[in-house]
Design a protein around this ligand. Structure first.
Ligand code: 13P
Ligand code: SF4
Length: 302
């Protein structure tokens, strides 16, 4: 389709009164066409507040679902319908329901990386940016079930001093990074600061100078005096870091920090999606009415 595919996307976008939302893990060329590039929390806030008629969600399935729950009158497109989140799929609705039945008084906190069905049986959602605040908002006498990320859950439990009933899910991309890989990288870059996403294993988190969501990592780098950073999260974020801080150096401690699902959407997919207004992600009213409750509770936490 040639180089002018970006121009074609822009004119279709105008014609459709569409907005393109992109996560920091998307391919660089997809981040570059985004009207807004952000972390999961910022993207859901944007999806809730936009005036566009069409939201082209360049992320993974649960993100498009969240956008559709928050903006039911808008058309939400996921340009590649097979872009999912393997971690979200580790918590099946029926299984979460069973766990909830075992702890009937527990508050169910679900990471935004869950299916809309799981959100219908959750009390409040969180993202990596607000997980500590969300847990701190729950009365001390309440038991808490945390679904699905055991690494984020473990990190938040340590930060808040709260005992959590943890689902045993994990993000394949983050969980495969080892402390050994980080230590070897630190030997090569002794002055570098180590920044990690809380989806990493505890052994990696322990080596980090800072632990943040993707936006938090970008902010930390911007505010730090350091010149070199070992980035323990999905490699897509390097593109944003290099645009924003061209004089700083970013090192990935492993060449395996790639989320295959976040890399699925191509410029061609975005073009076809805007042209044909599909694949659409649409949530039934029945699911939406319940799933919106935990999401709204989360968004109300400032
Ligand atoms: P954040 O952008 O919220 O840090 O989340 C990372 C992630 O893995 C999303 O799937
Ligand atoms: Fe899911 Fe991990 Fe990919 Fe995020 S990086 S979408 S948590 S698999």
């Amino acid at each position: 389709m040639g180089n002018n595919i970006v121009d074609k996307i822009y004119s279709l976008k105008q014609m459709r009164n569409a907005i393109i939302l992109s996560h920091f893990y998307e391919r660089p060329e997809i981040q570059d066409i985004g009207d807004f590039v952000g972390d999961s929390l910022e993207l859901s806030r944007k999806a809730a507040s936009t005036n566009a008629d069409v939201i082209v969600f360049c992320g993974v399935h649960f993100m498009a679902e969240t956008a559709s729950i928050l903006s039911p009158d808008k058309k939400v497109l996921l340009p590649n319908k097979s872009a999912g989140c393997p971690m979200a799929d580790m918590a099946a609705y029926e299984e979460v329901k069973k766990l909830k039945e075992r702890y009937p008084n527990a508050v169910v906190v679900s990471y935004i990386n869950t299916t809309a069905d799981v959100k219908t049986i959750s009390d409040i959602c969180c993202t990596s940016a607000n997980a500590v605040k969300v847990i701190n908002s729950i009365p001390l006498n309440k038991e808490i079930i945390f679904v699905p990320d055991k690494n984020l859950g473990n990190y938040v439990s340590k930060e808040t001093g709260r005992k959590l009933i943890l689902w045993q899910g994990y993000c394949n991309t983050h969980d495969r990074l080892t402390a050994e890989e980080v230590l070897l990288t630190k030997e090569r870059y002794p002055y570098a600061k180590v920044v990690a996403h809380p989806e990493c294993r505890e052994e990696v988190i322990q080596l980090a100078d800072g632990v943040f969501s993707t936006s938090g990592i970008i902010k930390y780098v911007g505010e730090s005096e350091a010149k070199e950073f070992i980035i323990c999260t999905e490699e897509g974020i390097i593109h944003q870091l290099e645009i924003r801080y061209p004089n700083k150096v970013f090192i990935l401690p492993s060449n395996k920090l790639i989320c295959p699902d976040m890399k699925k959407i191509t410029l061609e997919d975005v073009f076809y999606s805007l042209e044909n207004l599909r694949p659409e992600v649409k949530i039934s009213d029945e699911v939406r009415e319940k799933a919106i409750i935990p999401i709204k509770r989360m968004l109300d936490i400032k």
